[in-house]
Ligand binder design. Structure first.
Ligand SMILES: Cc1cc2nc3c(=O)[nH]c(=O)nc-3n(C[C@H](O)[C@H](O)[C@H](O)COP(=O)(O)OP(=O)(O)OC[C@H]3O[C@@H](n4cnc5c(N)ncnc54)[C@H](O)[C@@H]3O)c2cc1C
Length: 404
């Protein structure tokens, strides 16, 4: 079928301009592929989800200039710790050991809205790109020679015609629903609470790293340094309402169990999320491709969702650009799903599930065994190296032949 796929309008429509859709639009537009990006929001949304960028993502985005912008806006974090609330440090992994595998041997912490802000400005400077903010995709219709996307804007309906649609409109993807693709998996019963404070945890807990995963049978937590604050991520029991969970009282109590102090913390960011592990049954229906959260969702323990979504659009846009520029025929698009979908399962889901189990284990014997295992992994040079390759997604990208 791909051999017959024709381009009638010479245009890719990107449905959803979050980080994944914006990067897709930028990579296509700078290669000369005409793009219409349709985004429901009218401007950058302050989204307190992703902040971690892994080394190979930075390598793969280097040529585009995105990496330089991220590094300038972000914080370089060379080590990652696994801790236990009672014991303290259990294991430390030094990402700089990967210096022969990557040009960016560290985790970079930069909030996803800063990436989106950078891209919206950069996209606006590319002549000919069609940016439709404040437009909500409501309809996708495909015929033999085109795809028509209907969107609502200020109460009116508009249509955009193109050859390919990238559905990058997030976990509740309208694009995915419109092309009737199932999204099986699970939703965790607990919510995940994010809070940000300018309190300097390292001044009071000198042995922590910038990225810390702390196990606890009741309230595990993640403590993460980002450029201008520290961020915590904690689970909220299913019976607690989201409103109660983000109340001052609840946030102060979460922060004070991490580092007790008589004064209240200054809280500058608060947000609550529902978290899922799901993978779309297929990443493609005809001319419509799914990428990012529209294609796969996972828990945030490991910082892999956005990275995986960026790997999706790097693969997909490379293929589209090769087709557009005549270096390959449309059959190259067939390789997208087999390259990316297995990694959502074998890398992203496998590792984030493992991480969550390690942090939340309640059985004291299993918990002690798991922590001992991670301690031994960190102490063994070969096993810790492999752990680092997996945790930074280098193994995943090698397995799928996106990097050598
Ligand atoms: C607490 C938390 C922490 C996380 N931390 C990390 C991390 O450190 N590293 C990491 O890699 N990942 C992390 N993730 C995951 C990461 O946030 C997501 O994978 C990422 O946001 C996905 O980007 P996206 O562009 O696919 O989707 P989204 O960010 O959801 O963007 C979708 C965009 O589509 C738009 N849209 C939606 N519907 C429509 C429509 N009908 N028409 C037009 N536009 C539409 C939305 O307005 C939005 O701008 C975290 C997740 C959580 C919950």
């Amino acid at each position: 079928m791909e051999q017959k796929l024709q381009r009638k309008h010479d245009r890719v429509i990107v449905a959803g301009g979050g980080p994944v859709g914006s990067v897709a639009s930028y990579l296509l537009a700078r290669a000369g592929v005409p793009v219409t990006m349709i985004e429901r929001a009218t401007d950058v949304v302050l989204d307190y989800r992703a902040s971690t960028f892994h080394p190979p993502t930075l390598d793969l985005l280097e040529d585009s200039g995105i990496t330089a912008a991220l590094v300038e806006m972000g914080l370089v974090c060379p080590t990652v710790q696994i801790r236990d609330r009672e014991i303290g440090k259990v294991a430390e992994f030094d990402v700089t050991r990967l210096k022969n595998e990557t040009r960016h041997p560290y985790r970079l912490q930069c909030e996803q809205f800063k990436l989106v802000g950078f891209l919206y400005k950069a996209l606006a400077q590319i002549p000919g790109i069609d940016l439709r903010f404040g437009h909500e995709v409501i309809d996708i219709r495909e015929t033999e020679d085109e795809v028509v996307v209907g969107a609502e804007h200020d109460g009116s309906r508009i249509e955009v015609r193109g050859d390919i649609v990238i559905g990058s409109d997030g976990g509740r993807s309208t694009a995915r629903k419109l092309i009737d693709v199932a999204f099986p998996g699970l939703t965790y019963p607990e919510h995940f609470l994010v809070a940000g404070t300018r309190f300097d945890f390292r001044a009071h807990m000198p042995d922590i790293a910038s990225v810390n995963y702390t196990a606890d049978p009741v309230r595990w937590f993640m403590l993460l340094q980002i450029p201008d604050m520290w961020r915590i991520l904690v689970p909220v029991a299913p019976e607690v309402s989201p409103d109660d969970a983000v109340s001052d009282e609840s946030l102060q109590s979460s922060l004070k169990t991490i580092y007790p102090r008589p004064d209240d913390y200054e809280i500058v960011v608060r947000a609550i999320y529902r978290v899922h592990q799901r993978v779309a049954d297929t990443y493609r229906r005809g001319r419509v491709f799914l990428a990012g959260d529209a294609a796969h969702l996972n828990n945030p323990l490991g910082g892999m969702g956005l990275n995986g979504g960026l790997h999706d659009v790097i693969s997909l846009t490379d293929r589209l650009i090769a087709w557009w520029t005549g270096k390959a025929d449309a059959a190259i698009l067939e390789g997208y799903e087999p390259q990316r979908r297995p990694e959502a399962i074998n890398a992203i889901h496998a590792i984030t599930t493992r991480n969550k189990k390690l942090l939340e284990e309640r059985d004291p014997a299993v918990r002690a065994r798991n922590l001992d295992e991670i301690r031994r992994t960190a102490a063994d040079p070969e096993r810790s190296y492999q752990y680092l390759l997996d945790a930074t997604m280098i193994s995943s990208l090698r397995r799928s032949a996106m990097i050598r």
